[in-house]
Design a protein around this ligand. Structure first.
Ligand code: GLN
Length: 385
């Protein structure tokens, strides 16, 4: 073992290893069905794999342009126009990143100065707060309503101040699956109309939305699009989370700042994968039906757990379903998630870890982006708990 003198002044003293790594590791050690970390276990399109091979073989193996491959940026602009009727200039307003997390980190680093306040809704995806802390920003937490994880706008109005620099929005929401409604958008427009608050909108689950709901992208509303950096993920869209490729869109002056950080953070993203994604995206058929695949998986999972003692409200978006275990146990969720992995061979994510001050709602998060067999097996286990 190497030994460095214990004089490090940690920049993130309270941060440990992410819950996703912890639970996936525990699942592996215990040979448990892993519905914890959100990643699909079904095959990636062979067409897409062949395209990556094609571009690698053809020699697209050196640095692509810093903001990303132009064809891909153009197709993203086309998608933004088709789905949200918003025109982005691919030259200046679209940047390809090494995944959604890098885009979020870069957006925060590029815009938040010492003392700027950033409003975050809890439970919140775990990469937001550390990025704000590293940028020197001040976190202002607003708790989502425990009944349906919707936003308490009265509370938001109370905490907005002249120091508020950013509001971080995430819909469809991880971990709860809640989605923003039109009324939420009206509130957000009202709150931001007389100031220059930036919205950082994590929309990586844009295509995974159920029961006929439509995704409320910031891009659909000019008042919001003009102040928003929006983050997307090819990992989620084409179930290639391990390829770590995503993108950000936003007005050119915000994007110029984003790129200043991006170029020294990763410089650029993986070349052959970008070329392959561009060719694949040129058929909109390849991304217009994703919700159908996941709607089916969600329904299979719901019927597989129907006979169990867990209570649930069908998730509205994302590939996560919360299950309420209050009829089964009064353990804390972290203890129960660990015990279920070891004793019952099923891994989930405890939701309390996504809060600033852990709240015990007696719910666990299960990822249903899995083969139907995996979902049935998980259902059998859950019905016996
Ligand atoms: N987004 C995934 C989830 O919520 C995990 C990503 C990660 O492991 N960092 O489970």
């Amino acid at each position: 073992m190497l030994e460095y003198p214990n004089t490090i002044s940690s920049k993130l003293p309270k941060v440990g290893t992410t819950i996703f790594t912890v639970m996936s590791q525990l699942a592996k050690e215990n040979e448990a069905v892993n519905l914890s970390q959100g990643f699909p276990d079904f095959p990636v399109s062979q067409v897409l794999i062949d395209l990556v091979y094609k571009y690698m073989s053809q020699g697209y193996n050196q640095y692509p342009p810093m903001p990303g491959v132009m064809q891909l940026r153009e197709l993203i602009a086309e998608k933004m126009e088709r789905l949200y009727s918003c025109s982005y200039n691919p030259e200046e307003e679209v940047t390809i990143t090494a995944g959604g997390t890098q885009a979020i980190f870069t957006a925060i680093m590029a815009t938040i100065n010492e003392g700027d306040e950033v409003i975050i809704f809890t439970p919140a995806y775990d990469c937001y707060a550390p990025a704000v802390e590293l940028a020197g920003g001040k976190l202002v937490y607003v708790q989502l309503k425990s009944s349906d994880y919707s936003i308490d706008w009265k509370q938001v109005k109370k905490v907005v101040s002249r120091h508020t620099k950013m509001i971080l929005i995430n819909s469809p929401h991880n971990p709860s699956g809640a989605v923003l409604k039109h009324a939420d958008i009206q509130e957000l427009i009202g709150i931001t109309k007389d100031n220059d608050i930036i919205i950082l909108s994590d929309e990586v689950y844009e295509h995974i939305i159920f029961d006929g709901e439509t995704h409320q992208s910031m891009a659909k509303y000019p008042e919001l699009a003009n102040r928003s950096l929006i983050v997307y993920s090819f990992g989620k869209t084409f179930h290639v989370t391990g390829w770590k490729t995503g993108y950000a869109v936003g007005p050119s002056n915000l994007m110029a700042e984003f790129r200043k950080v991006h170029q020294f953070n990763v410089f650029t993203a993986n070349a052959p994968i970008q070329y392959a994604l561009a060719e694949y995206m040129s058929s909109s058929e390849n991304y217009m039906h994703i919700h159908e695949v996941y709607q089916e998986k969600r329904n299979i999972f719901l019927s597989a757990v129907k006979a169990s003692r867990f209570k649930l409200k069908p998730t509205k978006g994302t590939y996560f379903q919360l299950l309420d275990y209050s009829k089964i146990s009064n353990e804390e969720d972290t203890a129960l998630a660990t015990r279920l992995t070891i004793e019952h061979k099923i891994a989930s994510i405890p939701v309390s870890v996504f809060y600033h001050n852990p709240v015990q709602n007696s719910v666990l998060r299960f990822c249903f982006a899995k083969e139907n067999d995996t979902l049935m097996k998980a259902g059998d286990i859950l019905c016996n708990i």
